[in-house]
Ligand binder design. Structure first.
Ligand SMILES: *Cc1c(COP(=O)(O)O)cnc(C)c1O
Ligand code: SF4
Length: 346
């Protein structure tokens, strides 16, 4: 039985031993697909996709966990999950207005790996590693090599945070902070908790969806046992991502009392239609995850083919508002350099 034949959407998934779930999240991470040719083969894509995938992967490599690939429809190049991870020749086109640093991250960098754009909260780039490479990622050109690679590299950032009593919330971002091993994560959380004016710890992560095995009892305990109030923001772009295994991971977090929010990027060919967005919001709310933001795409070089016209985005949000409970409609926002909050478009 191939990995793609696993009925992931049934309520009691039949999972062959040794394939899924993995013994550990590290094993799942290690086993992720990194070869564009293998990705095309697993998904049974027409041969014409292979050469483009190989070319576009040179710039920003493929990285997709097998458990995520198992939620895709084989033979469908337009599958909304596949589109997020499949390199296309479109990425290589230079498009006016799309550059390497679309949201002014460099200007907002206080010390290596620490961004301070908005009052009362700072964002820590804890690692360059992710559990998936999203083709639309606005940090695909981020100079991670200059950022932290080991806990020793966090010292400057910790000093900056300790020195600014207006900072009440620290956002762990990356990369993906949950690719850090528990030992490093616990050390970082402990250091942050020593800073009296820091009250909340916000974790932005795709791990509960990409590698649900990451949400272990130990991780939940780690987040719960800190003095800091934990908040987790997951990044789901499509309801099909929220299968039974990721739903179970989210339930473990929710049952432990950790508030869950979701942010989505509006992506052409993935979720730029009202039915996809309604299904996503309903599925999230059913799983006790509150829709937080719907992001207009950041104009990063290589992602132009994902862009949706903001007027179309505003229409979509208006339609959501007429279909869903008020709390199920995310705020449609645009990240702009030099403003004191994200701009709300609708
Ligand atoms: C988006 C972002 C935040 C968080 O903004 P919220 O509106 O509070 O979600 C904080 N810092 C940086 C640098 C950001 O890009
Ligand atoms: S998980 Fe986040 S940081 Fe990593 S590639 Fe995807 S969008 Fe970018």
């Amino acid at each position: 039985m191939s990995i793609l034949e696993i009925p992931v959407n049934s309520s009691s998934p039949v999972v062959p031993a040794g394939v899924l779930p993995y013994r550990s999240w590290q094993a799942a991470l290690k086993d992720a697909v990194r070869d564009p040719v293998e990705l095309c083969r697993l998904l049974d894509l027409p041969p014409r996709f292979v050469a483009g995938a190989v070319r576009a992967a040179r710039d920003f490599p493929v990285f997709a966990p097998r458990g995520y690939i198992a939620r895709m429809r084989p033979g469908d190049p337009n599958d909304p999950l596949l589109r997020q991870v499949l390199p296309l020749d479109d990425e290589l086109a230079a498009v006016e207005g799309f550059g390497p640093d679309p949201v002014g991250d460099r200007a907002a960098t206080l010390s290596p790996g620490l961004l301070h754009k908005y009052r009362s909260r700072v964002l820590m780039v804890t690692t360059g590693a992710c559990a998936v490479h999203c083709r639309y990622c606005f940090r695909r050109h981020f100079p991670y090599a200059e950022g932290p690679r080991s806990p020793a590299d966090w010292e400057d950032a910790l000093r900056s945070i300790a020195g600014d009593s207006t900072v009440h919330e620290v956002i762990l971002s990356g990369g993906d902070p949950l690719t850090l091993v528990d030992e490093h994560l616990a050390a970082l959380v402990a250091r942050l908790a020593e800073i009296g004016h820091v009250r909340r710890l916000r974790v932005h992560t795709r791990l509960p969806l990409m590698i649900p095995e990451r949400v272990t009892d130990a991780l939940v305990a780690l987040l719960r046992s800190s003095r800091l109030t934990p908040i987790m923001v997951i990044h789901a772009n499509h309801a099909q991502e929220l299968d039974a295994t990721s739903a179970a991971a989210l339930a473990r977090l929710s049952d432990a009392g950790i508030p869950l929010l979701n942010q989505t990027v509006l992506l052409r060919g993935v979720n730029d239609d009202v039915e996809s967005l309604v299904d996503l919001s309903e599925r999230l709310v059913d799983l006790r995850v509150m829709p937080y933001y719907l992001h207009q795409l950041d104009r990063v070089a290589g992602a132009a083919h994902f862009e949706v016209d903001p007027r179309r985005g505003e229409q979509l949000v208006a339609q959501l508002r007429s279909r869903l409970s008020g709390y199920a409609v995310p705020r449609y926002v645009l990240e702009t350099a030099g403003e004191d909050h994200k701009r709300v478009l609708a």
